[in-house]
Design a protein around this ligand. Structure first.
Ligand code: ADP
Length: 251
């Protein structure tokens, strides 16, 4: 299960942003996409989320061909936290999280939908914000609300685009441990992270993206090798062995 991407190419009308991208996201693991700004990470997540249409290549989510799924079937399989989410109306936190139940709701949200929304709000640790207008929250609080919204959706696969941005240290740690709980309960999580040290400490598998292509590893090469990171980010780094991986130090 998990996500299978095969020979996926994409452009926004100009040059190709993704070129023949092929990789697997193992089910029930925490996989992390690493790569420079502009390498195509957000585009890749949007394609897997089913938000951008693609003509070339294939995406399978838990074995289902994404192209053959309806909008509500996709919503039950894949939850997506975008990098940017501009609030428009001053809905309460509870109502914003309830919109995560949209694919289950026919007319008005029922008791079960409200329960699921409350559960997600508790899991993320923002019960104290329940009745606050979303528009009045800080960037970090909004980020947590959007994460609760994805969880209320109860998808099999969770896609997170820079979920740690805006979060203070305690909320970063809380979210990383929540991700660990989600994968332990069988969910597949695929995230874009900018901080390689957090990625290598917490990730199970890594997808390296360079100029819209998958950067495959050579024999014996590991994602946290300094030469690999220098090649991926075009910058000098040193790495220090840490646990069974490494800490990355920009120099
Ligand atoms: P990353 O997430 O790795 O920073 P993106 O997927 O956001 O990369 O962007 C990859 C490339 O696609 C960049 O060159 C960016 O300018 C371009 N791009 C992203 N979104 C759009 C868009 N909506 N229209 C046109 N070009 C875009």
């Amino acid at each position: 299960m998990g996500v299978t991407v095969r020979e996926l190419s994409f452009d926004y009308g100009g040059a190709e942003v993704l070129q023949g991208v092929t990789f697997d996201v193992p089910g029930g693991e925490f996989s992390i996409i690493l790569g420079k700004n502009g390498s195509g990470k957000s585009t890749l997540l949007k394609l897997i989320a089913g938000i951008l249409p693609y003509r070339q290549g294939h995406i399978f989510v838990d074995g289902y061909d994404l192209k053959r799924l309806s909008v509500s079937e996709k919503a039950r399989l894949v939850g997506y936290l975008p990098q940017f989410h501009a609030p428009v109306f001053p809905f309460t936190v509870e109502d914003v999280v309830l919109t995560g139940r949209a694919s289950f709701v026919f007319a008005v949200p029922g008791r079960r939908d409200r329960e699921k929304a409350r559960e997600a709000i508790e899991r993320v640790g923002i019960s104290h914000l329940l009745h606050r207008p979303y528009t009045e929250l800080s960037g970090g609080e909004r980020q947590l609300v959007m994460i609760a919204r994805v969880l209320a959706q109860e998808p099999n696969v969770v896609l997170l685009d820079e979920p740690l941005s805006h979060l203070d240290l305690s909320n970063q740690v809380r979210l990383l441990s929540l991700i660990r709980q989600l994968v332990s309960s069988g969910l597949t999580v695929l995230a874009v992270l900018h901080e390689p040290n957090i990625a290598f400490l917490h990730g199970d598998a890594f997808v390296l993206l360079k100029d819209g292509k998958i950067r495959t590893l050579g024999r014996g090469e590991r994602p946290w090798d300094s030469a690999t990171l220098q090649d991926l980010y075009d910058v000098a780094v040193e790495t220090l062995p840490f646990r069974d991986r490494a800490l990355v130090v920009p120099i």
